[in-house]
Design a protein around this ligand. Structure first.
Ligand code: PLP
Length: 393
């Protein structure tokens, strides 16, 4: 054979030996071949399990998806390129054979609100909003609006409201409404919405699950009823996560429970410190017995674990004072995102909720003095010391 042919074929497409690699390899192959074309035919026809084309399925993706399905107690899952791609495909899946209408929680991630109002609505999918912590209001809205799905976050961003998941799921099931829960903030370590009656769970893998700030990804974990629709849409729309990212996400998830334990403990320490600080006007953290949803939190969360997101208002601060405070931070990283091993601070008005009108922000309880802290795995005393020096100015 000529060198041009050798360069393309030599050494490639070897079958693995009997030795099993201890971690899942990164399968970069776009497509898969079988010894006989009849097998390929049967794989395409779903008569036998197998891989054909990586937009449909890929061994590395499959490994991550099985892991996510297990963590969230689902029937199956789909790894997506980002959390937003996951949300989009989950909503489309829910509405495949239902009314093209979404009933959404008032308090949602900023980009999710944009997805609903600026992408879905122009394509004819309407959204109305409801306070998800008020079951009676949700029930009334379901009866009045007859939505195809309800969309909520386990813990809202950034002021940490928590809806009674099991009751909401029961109301949805009564009216054949799909319940989609964005579980990015709570993670399956704290709450598993599918066990409480939700139909689909969405994650930004970019956050706690991957946890190192070095990979973007998303996931939809579905119950038995919604899995075929999810797979069918995904084959056509192609929101698929690349195998390199799947590998990184899977690697990150191996230490996710350890990180989460540490981050929850650190967040409780930081919250206690901030509560007693003279430069802090108000703090939002789920361990607070006076929290508006304390009873629900007590039911949903494991004892003593309240997540690692802390939001607080700086005493009498406007935007310039918040900027000055953030510029004084030395350890806490000033950046968008959350859930990483390093502590990070974000100014919701400028970042996650930038595209919303002041009125929308006000309705969500996001004041100009509010900052959001994602507590990392560092030593808690070092995080507190950095916040203290920045607060004192
Ligand atoms: C970050 C985030 C998303 C979007 O995820 P990406 O991976 O950035 O697309 C959705 N929901 C919540 C709650 C998030 O924090």
């Amino acid at each position: 054979m000529k060198i041009h042919t050798q360069a393309v074929h030599a050494g490639d497409r070897k079958k693995a030996t009997d030795a099993v690699p201890v971690t899942t390899p990164i399968y970069t192959a776009a497509s898969f071949s079988y010894d006989d074309i009849e097998t390929t035919d049967r794989v395409f026809a779903h008569e036998v399990p197998g891989y054909a084309y990586s937009r449909y399925d890929n061994p590395t993706n499959h490994a991550l998806e099985e892991l996510l399905t297990t963590l969230e107690s689902g029937a199956g899952s789909l790894a997506c390129s980002t959390g937003m791609a996951a949300l989009q495909i989950a909503i489309l899946t829910a509405l495949l054979d239902r009314r093209k209408k979404v009933l959404a929680a008032t308090a949602l991630y900023g980009a999710t609100i944009n997805l609903l109002l600026k992408v879905m609505e122009p394509f004819g999918i309407e959204t109305s909003f409801v306070d998800i912590t008020d079951v009676a209001a949700v029930r009334a809205a379901i009866e009045a609006e007859r939505p195809g799905c309800v969309l909520m976050e386990t813990v809202s961003n950034p002021v940490l409201r928590v809806g009674p998941l099991a009751e909401l799921a029961a109301a949805c099931r009564e009216f054949n409404v799909a319940l989609i829960v964005d579980n990015t903030f709570a993670t399956p370590m704290l709450v598993r919405p599918l066990e409480l009656g939700a139909h689909m769970v969405v994650h930004s893998l970019t956050k706690y699950l991957s946890g190192h700030g070095d990979v973007m990804g998303g996931a939809v974990i579905a119950d038995e009823a919604h899995l075929p629709g999810l797979r069918q849409l995904s084959r056509t729309c192609g929101p698929t996560l690349g195998p390199f990212e799947c590998y990184l996400a899977m690697r990150g998830i191996k230490t996710f429970p350890l990180r989460m334990e540490r981050q929850c403990a650190n967040a409780a320490t930081v919250a206690k410190f901030l509560r007693s600080h003279s430069m802090v006007e108000r703090i939002f953290y789920l361990d607070d017995p006076a929290h508006l949803d304390a009873a629900t939190v007590g039911q949903l969360f494991p004892p003593g674990m309240f997540g690692a997101m802390v939001a607080f208002e700086l005493m009498g601060a406007g935007t310039p004072e918040v900027f000055a405070f953030m510029n004084r931070l030395r350890l806490v990283v000033k950046a968008t995102s959350l859930g990483d091993v390093h502590s990070m601070m974000l100014y919701p008005k400028m970042a996650s909720h930038r595209d919303l009108s002041p009125k929308q922000r006000e309705r969500m309880g996001i004041r100009d003095s509010l900052v959001r802290l994602s507590v990392g795995i560092e030593a808690a005393e070092d995080i507190c010391a950095d916040l203290d020096q920045a607060l004192r100015g």
